[in-house]
Design a protein around this ligand. Structure first.
Ligand code: 2HA
Ligand code: ZN
Length: 271
């Protein structure tokens, strides 16, 4: 067996949690990430028959039975993942009954996965239905995005248009736009279901006055979506109190969709 701390998926998780903490996206125990792992890859590092203990998932995730995830721990700080991955992260496999998670590694202090596991697993199910290659669900609390959700009309078309018009890259990175949820109690199946529903259409979902969800085939894709939204939200706030002199028009946005062959959200442009 190889040392799991050297596994590429582990290194990637450590790099992202560390980087996101340094960026200020994940204060205290804020944020959570789940990464779907390949069983054959995991088998190089762990005995697949060895289950440390079982933990209730909190809802029926039967369609994910047998799937293995590397997940950040509840109450754990992203800044500490680097120094103690085995306490702050865990590897779980969804049992055949769908309501049990089998702990295969980690949560070494007796802990468990993030309280947002329902939102993660439901989002994985939703993304798998539209993109079987999706492996990552990532949640965090970046400053400018949160500030924007407090001062902007939280309507998907309006928010998307504002983000698209802040900088040229926005529509190229998220041509489908961004999903939006009103303020809701977090850590519940309700917010999980609402997030997953949005994830069928969008790879980014904003939780008003809480944070952002991103997904992707890779950690880079999920993180890249989040940092691009965060940058556009920052530009929106930097420009908010200044007179507008130059703008990106709807015709300009359309020209970008042609140049980059984007499958964009047509009804979000006024042409
Ligand atoms: O894990 O971010 O939404 C802490 C949170 C809950
Ligand atoms: Zn959160």
């Amino acid at each position: 067996m190889k040392d799991i701390l050297t596994a590429p998926f582990m290194q990637e998780m450590i790099r992202h949690t560390t980087n996101m903490y340094r960026l200020g996206y994940d204060e205290r125990n804020g944020g959570n990430i789940s990464l779907m792992l390949d069983e054959n890859e995991v088998a190089e590092y762990l005995d697949l028959d060895h289950i440390i203990r079982t933990i209730p998932t909190g809802f029926d995730a039967k369609v994910l039975a047998g799937k293995i995830f590397l997940v950040t721990g509840t109450g754990k700080y992203f800044k500490n993942v680097e120094v103690d991955p085995e306490t702050n992260l865990g590897i779980i496999r969804i049992a055949p009954d769908g309501v049990t998670a089998e702990l295969m590694w980690g949560y070494a202090d007796g802990g468990q996965f993030t309280s947002e596991l329902p939102a993660h697993l439901m989002s994985h199910i939703a993304r798998q239905s539209v993109d079987p290659a999706n492996r990552v669900i990532m949640h965090c609390h970046p400053d400018y995005t949160l500030a924007m959700t407090g001062v902007h009309v939280m309507d998907e078309r309006a928010v998307t248009r504002t983000l698209w018009k802040q900088m040229t890259e926005s529509i190229v990175v998220f041509p489908e736009g961004v999903g939006v949820l009103p303020w809701m109690v977090c850590g519940t199946n309700e917010i999980g279901e609402a997030t997953a529903e949005k994830m069928k259409t969008y790879r980014i979902v904003l939780w008003t006055l809480h944070g952002i969800y991103g997904c992707g085939r890779t950690m880079d894709e999920a993180f890249g979506l989040i940092e691009t939204v965060e940058k556009a939200a920052k530009l929106f706030l930097l420009r908010a109190v200044l007179p507008e002199v130059n703008t990106i028009t709807d015709e300009d946005l359309y020209a970008l969709t042609v140049r980059f062959s984007l499958n964009y959200r047509k009804d979000f442009l006024d042409l």
